[in-house]
Design a protein around this ligand. Structure first.
Ligand SMILES: Nc1ncnc2c1ncn2[C@@H]1O[C@H](COP(=O)(O)OP(=O)(O)OP(=O)(O)O)[C@@H](O)[C@H]1O
Length: 332
């Protein structure tokens, strides 16, 4: 796919997250180790991996919302402009937390009032109507959300409402943890398609962890990051993963769903497979961003690499969303 020079990207470089153990004699636990890559605007990326592999931790690191016990090394940078970082990223958590007695529209209204205080009532109404349409929530706009004793909107609608609340604030980067968990395949398809539209039409960067997508849902993703035990096994074009596994000696059986096959291959029990894949990736996967990791890294060299690969203009300024575990200082 031809990539626009004007597209923005979120770059993460050598991101490692460790969990302090508390006891001197015990080693810190490494949750995510040396992840390097980028997510581009107008594209949607799936983060997949076995349960406990570090998907949520990675998304937390991207969004700068790691728990206080966790410390992060490495950098997460946004390039291509200089808006204030705080308003640039949004995070949709696994749980949908709402006031069950409010309607869908009221929820959006209160969220927008808090996050976009500068908008007039007319502008707010317009933004809410636009968001309802984008997320396919017009039909249930006046329905009560519901809770444990009050019947309300469906699970798929709740998920789309969680996303709607975040995209109303117009962040450049949207991170979602398990966007489709608990949904049937049709509802999951609708949610991911809505996210893909947000990426495509609004030029957002969308990064989303997902469990067991169907083939139809998987095909909606442009890029794929496969994580096992906190390390990247595959990073690149989502449709290229089938060929990558086949080239590495693990072809997907014709009647198996490709995402299921990838997960089956990279679960920790399949250690040998994992080691073989990593070896092959080092040897053969020419466009792997992990190559960046092999080099003595400096920020200009990463952008030179990107410039060569995608024809990006080299930025004169770089906004650092989050740096180093101790300093968390802004990069110039
Ligand atoms: N604050 C924490 N304290 C203790 N352990 C943690 C903490 N955060 C993460 N972990 C551990 O780190 C590992 C990765 O967790 P994470 O939630 O990132 O995995 P995941 O891939 O998102 O899993 P799932 O798909 O089941 O949600 C797990 O073993 C988890 O128990």
């Amino acid at each position: 796919m031809a990539r626009s020079c004007r597209s923005r990207c979120l770059v993460w470089e050598d991101v490692t997250v460790t969990l302090a153990n508390g006891k001197k004699e015990k080693k810190n636990k490494c949750l995510v180790s040396g992840l390097t890559g980028l997510a581009e605007s107008h594209r949607i990326m799936a983060v997949m991996g076995p349960s406990g592999s570090g998907k949520s931790t990675f998304l937390d690191a991207l969004a700068g919302r790691l728990s206080p016990q966790a410390s992060m090394a490495g950098k997460v940078l946004l390039r291509g402009g200089s808006p204030p970082p705080a308003g640039e990223k949004s995070y949709v958590t696994q749980e949908d937390v709402f006031l069950g007695t409010l309607t869908v529209k009221e929820t959006l209204y209160f969220g927008a009032r808090l996050r976009l205080p500068e908008l007039t009532t007319a502008e707010l109404d317009e933004a809410i109507d636009e968001t309802l349409t984008k997320m396919g929530l017009e039909e249930c706009a006046d329905n009560t959300i519901g809770n444990w004793h009050l019947r309300g909107i469906s699970g798929g609608e709740r998920r789309r409402l969680s996303i709607a609340v975040e995209i109303l604030a117009q962040p450049q980067v949207l991170c979602l943890d398990e966007a489709t968990t608990g949904l049937d395949s049709a509802a999951a398809f609708f949610v991911v398609q809505a996210l893909r539209n947000v990426a495509r039409r609004d030029g957002k960067i969308v990064v989303c962890s997902i469990h067991q997508p169907t083939d139809d849902v998987f095909r909606l993703f442009d890029d794929l990051l496969l994580i096992s035990a906190g390390e990247a096994v595959y990073f690149g074009d989502s449709q290229g993963a089938v060929k990558f596994f086949a080239d590495s000696g693990f072809p997907c059986p014709t009647r198996r769903n490709p995402p299921d096959h990838f997960l089956r291959c990279i679960t920790p029990e399949f250690d040998q497979v994992f080691a073989a894949l990593k070896q092959t990736q080092r040897r053969n996967y020419v466009v792997s961003y992990l190559d960046i990791k092999q080099r003595p890294f400096s920020l200009p060299s990463l952008f030179l690499y990107l410039a060569r690969r995608h024809g990006y203009r080299i930025p004169t300024d770089i906004n650092c969303l989050k740096c180093n575990r101790n300093s968390q200082q802004q990069m110039g």
